[in-house]
Design a protein around this ligand. Structure first.
Ligand code: A2P
Length: 271
C-alpha cells in the first residue's frame, strides 16, 4: 500500500476505530521502529495498557494489539513495533510516513498497570525486544516513582543495535521536566544482550536465577523479595512463561486487574 492509498482510505462513520495521523517515525534497525500518532480527545488509557493499531485492508482492516509506549497523560500516542517482511500488518506499517492515517482501537486494556500490583518498594520491569514498550509508558509516569522507591527497567535483546531507547534511559529521562528529578534518584536501567559482547550479557531468567542481576545492580538481595518486590514482564511467549516460573519459584504470586498480585505479564506483539 502506498502512502497515498493510506491517506485516501475510506472511513466508516460507525467505525470501531479512530483514524489518527502519523506524527513521526523512527527506524532503529531493519527489524525495529517507533512511531507516534495523534491522540483523540476522548481517548483515555492507563500507563502500560495496549490497544489495537491497524491499517485499512483490501476487504477489512488489519489490526494488531500494540502496547502504548507513551505515559497516560501524553499528547501523542507512541508505539514500538517489529518489522516482519511478510507480516500482514507490519510489512505495510513499517512504510508509514508523517501525515499518513492509522487506525486506533477505542478500547485500551491490559494488565501491565500499577493497579494490578500490590504495593511494594521495588518495581522491576523486564521486557525483551518490543516488550520494552509498555515500560516506556510506566517508567515515564510519575505514579511509578510515587508508589515505588525504585524502578528498574530491564531490556533484553539479541544485539546491541536493538537496545532501542537506550538514550532515553541513560540520559533523556533525567532531564524530563515531569519525572527527571525522581528518575535521577529512583530509576535504574539494566540493558542486556545475548548474542554479542556487551557490558551485561545473558537472559533475564539466568541473570535472576543466579542472582547476578541483583549483584550487578548493587542490591542487597540474591532473589526476589515477595514482601517488597513487584515485577512486570513483557516479551515472547517463551520469555514470559520462563520468567513467570522464575518469579513463582521465588515466591511471587501473579496478579490481575481484579486481584492485584506480586507480578503481572503480557505477551509482546510479535507478528
Ligand atoms: P537469546 O538470544 O538467548 O534467545 P527474541 O528476539 O527471540 O524475542 O529475544 C529477545 C531476547 O529475549 C533475547 O536476548 C533472547 O535471548 C531472550 N529470550 C528469548 N527467549 C527467552 C526465554 N525463554 N527466557 C529468557 N530470555 C529469552
Amino acid at each position: 500500500m502506498t502512502a497515498t492509498a493510506l491517506k485516501e482510505a475510506p472511513v466508516q462513520a460507525n467505525s470501531p476505530h479512530h483514524v489518527e495521523t502519523v506524527l513521526w517515525v523512527k527506524h532503529w534497525t531493519d527489524r525495529l521502529f517507533s512511531f507516534a500518532i495523534t491522540r483523540p480527545d476522548t481517548f483515555r488509557f492507563r500507563s502500560g495498557e495496549f490497544v489495537m493499531i491497524g491499517l485499512p485492508g483490501e476487504t477489512k482492516p488489519i489490526l494488531r494489539a500494540y502496547s502504548i509506549a507513551s505515559p497516560s497523560f501524553a499528547e501523542e500516542l507512541e508505539f514500538l513495533s517489529i518489522k516482519v517482511q511478510d507480516g500482514p500488518l507490519t510489512s505495510k506499517l513499517q512504510h508509514i510516513q508523517p501525515g499518513d492515517k492509522v487506525l486506533l482501537g477505542k478500547k485500551p486494556t491490559g494488565t501491565l498497570v500499577i493497579d494490578a500490583l500490590k504495593p511494594g518498594k521495588r518495581l522491576y520491569l523486564f521486557g525483551t525486544g518490543t516488550g520494552l514498550a509498555p515500560f516506556l509508558s510506566v517508567a515515564r509516569d510519575p505514579e511509578a516513582f510515587s508508589k515505588f522507591e525504585q524502578v528498574i527497567v530491564g531490556h533484553g535483546v539479541r544485539e546491541v543495535a536493538e537496545l532501542a531507547y537506550r538514550d532515553l534511559f541513560t540520559r533523556e529521562i533525567f532531564e524530563d521536566p515531569l519525572v527527571g528529578e525522581e528518575a535521577q534518584k529512583q530509576l535504574v536501567y539494566y540493558p542486556t544482550v545475548t548474542r554479542e559482547p556487551f557490558q551485561n550479557q545473558g537472559r533475564f531468567t539466568d541473570l535472576i536465577a543466579s542472582g547476578k542481576l541483583f549483584a550487578d545492580l548493587g542490591f542487597d538481595q540474591t532473589k526476589f523479595d515477595p514482601e517488597n518486590d513487584r515485577v512486570m514482564l513483557c516479551g515472547s511467549m517463551a520469555f514470559i512463561k520462563d520468567m513467570a516460573a522464575v518469579c513463582e519459584a521465588q515466591g511471587l504470586v501473579e496478579g490481575s486487574n481484579a486481584e492485584p498480585g506480586d507480578f503481572v505479564l503480557e505477551r509482546a506483539f510479535v507478528g
